[in-house]
Design a protein around this ligand. Structure first.
Ligand SMILES: [Fe+2]
Length: 324
């Protein structure tokens, strides 16, 4: 339940607003002036403040300024109740960081919708901030892995973009795309178990080294298992080396047994590997890599996803494609 600090020196108006918001299920903490409100703000940590401007003791402007000076109060939504004629007040309040106005006289639905809109907006912003903080951490982590492998510089970022484009073209849902972003960034996180000299090696890998390399999907999945907000990305990490014909690893899954996350990432991961320089090969042109993807549809790759990828890539980047 959202807590609202309601500040108004007119006791009649305070009671009316208190009832309206109380009936909507909000927990309302009333205050008769700014000074009282400031004490209550510290004690109750409200989710939103609705305040009159002209009040004895401490007016609305002073309250707003004082609230914004407290760390907890920097982002709390603040709504002013104001008479329509107070034109200069608007400018002053904006400068102090007010979020919205309610002009007197207002009716019950106006008050409720203004409060609700600010609370909703606040929730969206918080969710976005948390998500982008997670994303930054994850990118940092993936970059640490990349810097151990000089041949994959920029790989994570390119795979992420290619994966996003393909998911959009396949009409994946927004929640799925949100997970895909983490999954595509973290897909090779398990390479942390592979020694640097193996990652750097320019010649062919020994049987022992390949064995180690092939463990990176499972190693990565184990790492993510313990992280609540990243667990959903495990299918990308675990299944991106499975092949459509069952010849991949670690589980030799076949066709639609392979989760779609793995099938999608396999295509974009392979495409980027082919078009960038690696220890074991020089980079191909995008057109040659597209030809290769086309040839491998139904062998390594989900044929439908491969077709959509080729179509989208050609359209987006305006590359002359070899396949029609
Ligand atoms: Fe990989």
């Amino acid at each position: 339940m959202a807590k609202i600090l309601l500040v108004e020196d007119d006791t009649f108006l305070l009671d009316v607003m208190r009832n309206i918001l109380g009936e909507e299920g909000f927990e309302v903490v009333p205050a008769a002036n700014g000074k009282q409100a400031l004490d209550l703000f510290v004690a109750f940590k409200p989710d939103l403040i609705v305040s009159d401007i002209m009040m004895p003791e401490m007016d609305g402007f002073e309250l707003l300024e004082a609230v914004r000076a407290i760390p907890d109060g920097v982002t709390v939504p603040f709504l002013f109740l104001s008479a329509r004629t107070e034109r200069t007040d608007v400018t002053r309040a904006r400068g102090l960081g007010v979020d919205d106005y309610l002009f007197k006289p207002f009716d019950a639905p106006e008050l409720v919708s203004a409060v609700q809109a600010r609370l909703d907006r606040r929730r969206v912003v918080e969710r976005f901030d948390t998500r982008s903080a997670h994303l930054q951490t994850v990118i940092m982590l993936a970059n640490v892995i990349e810097t151990r492998d000089p041949y994959t510089a920029g790989h994570v970022e390119r795979v992420r973009k290619l994966a996003l484009n393909l998911a959009f073209a396949l009409d994946w849902k927004q929640e799925e795309i949100a997970v895909l972003e983490f999954g595509s960034i973290l897909h090779d996180i398990g390479k942390i178990i592979v020694p640097r000299q193996v990652l750097k090696k320019t010649g062919p890998l020994s049987a022992e080294e390949w064995k180690l390399m092939r463990q990176h999907p499972e190693a990565g999945a184990r790492m993510l298992e313990g992280v609540d907000h990243l667990r959903a990305a495990i299918p990308y990490v675990l299944y991106h080396h499975e092949w459509w014909d069952g010849g991949g690893y670690p589980s030799s899954l076949k066709g639609e047994q392979i989760p779609p996350e793995g099938r999608l990432l396999a295509i974009v991961d392979a495409f980027d590997a082919m078009t960038s320089n690696r220890p074991y090969h020089k980079s191909m042109t995008p057109a040659a890599a597209m030809e290769e993807i086309h040839r491998s549809r139904g062998v390594y790759f989900d044929p439908h996803m491969a077709d959509i990828f080729l179509h989208t890539y050609r359209t987006d980047l305006d590359v002359e494609g070899p396949v029609g």
